[in-house]
Design a protein around this ligand. Structure first.
Ligand code: ADP
Length: 453
């Protein structure tokens, strides 16, 4: 059962992890797809603007200038470096107009774009009529030369086009190669906006599934504990009933025995046993009956009385009723001057329950404290013992109906797990509270608090 339950929980958690994995994978795929679509869209828009007549005419400004300089270079009036420098100078001159035209064109295409482009020189070679090729520039080995557009790192850009400009009319053949890169600067926020619906929906779905799983496991655990408590209760009550019943059977047998006929002593003894066992059975039944009472059903008849007198009386009577002299009681009972407003019968039942438990669970030195706690305006009554104590993990359950600490050695103590439940109901009916402080094998302190009226 335990193994099956753990397996079920593990399986549910694994399924949840698998679901998260699949969802993550799907979101990632959607992200990639959106990115691709967006890139294609942007690329098309750029191509449209870039190939427009106005942008093309701007480009011819530097080309014409370059051809002019090329002539000077061939005539020996310019060296290679100057040729490049003049090219850079001219492109820098026309670049602002280019950027403005480009951005305006792009804004007409689609408003949401924040796309930058740049055109860089990739290589520049000249081939003379004899077929000798001279490399004037090579981007692979020299610094990048920005021709047009806005500058950004190559690694942040996406190459969208390589273009070649060849001019056969010049005495030397020109091979002018350039590349166009695009850069979408607010990529992350665009994608976030695009995917926000999907992300919110999947987060909500995820939260829903996790809470569903959490509640199912919690309910399952609750049901399991309830089933265990009920089984324990049935075992306990059967065990509790067995002893008086077998003693009763024995006593009636003695009475009906011929030997007892006429023997007053034996008959009286048997009747006394029957009487005691009857009282014991009655007490058990009373306990079970009481357990059906919640604090709402407890009808209190309250009166105002002196707490210290009341407690001293209870403790005197209680100590007289204990058959053994091995139990010692230390009293620290204050005369508070403030009356307790409570039902004497119920309150004494609650205190006697605590005293009984203190002795039942190994206490030999008991201490009862009474006073008024000014911080929360309550009468406090605490019962301390030096018994077996309760380890912290069980403390929050001991006031529940039928709950008994199920450690091996505690099974030796008889009980139905109803005493503390009933005590708590009585105290709640008075508008008070009950708490425990305890350490295993050191002892426990139960404290009742009743508000000062
Ligand atoms: P019962 O005594 O019939 O088992 P209770 O409701 O009175 O039922 O107590 C619930 C559980 O709390 C007990 O089974 C016991 O393990 C623990 N308990 C109660 N009082 C004490 C105490 N004074 N010392 C140690 N354990 C205690």
């Amino acid at each position: 059962m335990q193994l099956k339950f753990k397996g079920l929980v593990a399986l549910s958690i694994l399924t949840l992890i698998a679901l998260i994995g699949i969802q993550g994978y799907l979101i990632h795929n959607t992200y990639e797809l959106k990115k691709k679509t967006y890139t294609i869209d942007a690329r098309n828009a750029i191509a449209k603007v870039y190939n427009s007549a106005t942008v093309d005419s701007i480009m011819w400004l530097y080309r014409t200038d370059f051809l002019h300089n090329l002539e000077a270079y061939q005539e020996g009036n310019l060296n290679e470096q100057d040729l490049i420098l003049k090219l850079q100078h001219k492109t820098a001159q026309i670049n602002p107009a280019f950027v403005q035209l480009f951005n305006e064109g792009l804004a007409n295409e689609k408003e949401s774009y924040d796309v930058k482009i740049k055109k860089v020189l990739t290589s520049l070679t000249l081939t003379d009529s004899l077929g000798n090729t001279k490399e004037i520039y090579n981007a692979a080995v020299q610094d990048t030369i920005l021709l047009l557009g806005e500058d950004f790192q190559n690694k942040d850009g996406l190459l969208i086009n390589n273009s070649t400009w060849q001019d056969e009319q010049t005495p030397v053949k020109l091979n002018f190669q350039s590349s166009i890169f695009m850069n979408i600067s607010d990529w992350d926020s665009i994608m976030l906006k695009e995917l926000s619906g999907l992300l919110i929906l999947s987060s909500l779905l995820f939260l829903f599934v996790v809470s569903l799983l959490y509640y199912s496991i919690r309910n399952l655990l609750k049901q399991k504990r309830l089933a265990e408590i009920k089984t324990d209760f049935i075992n306990n009550i059967t065990h509790e009933l067995k002893t008086p019943l077998s003693t009763l059977a024995l006593a009636t047998k003695t009475l009906t025995n011929e030997h007892a006929n006429g023997n007053k002593e034996i008959a009286d003894g048997a009747v006394k046993i029957i009487d005691r066992q009857n009282a014991r059975l009655q007490k058990l039944i009373d306990q079970v009956m009481q357990s059906s009472l919640g604090y709402q059903q407890i009808q209190l008849s309250k009166e105002d009385f002196n707490g210290s007198v009341f407690l001293n009386e209870i403790l005197d009577d209680y100590m007289l009723s204990i058959p053994t002299s091995e139990i010692s009681l230390n009293r620290n009972i204050e005369s508070t001057g403030l009356p307790i407003s409570a039902d004497k019968f119920y309150l004494s039942t609650a205190i006697i329950n605590l005293l009984n438990n203190a002795i039942k669970y190994g206490g030999t030195k008991l201490k009862v404290d009474y006073g008024v706690d000014k911080t929360d305006s309550t009468h406090y009554i605490s019962v301390k013992d030096n018994g077996i104590g309760i380890s912290p993990k069980y403390q929050k359950f001991i006031f529940e109906k039928f709950y008994r600490v199920s450690e091996k050695d505690t099974h030796n103590y008889k009980g139905l797990g109803l005493g503390l439940y009933y005590t708590k109901q009585i105290i709640i009916a008075h508008g008070g509270s009950i708490s425990v402080k305890s350490e295993a094998s050191k002892g426990s302190v139960f404290t009742i608090k009743i508000p000062v009226s």
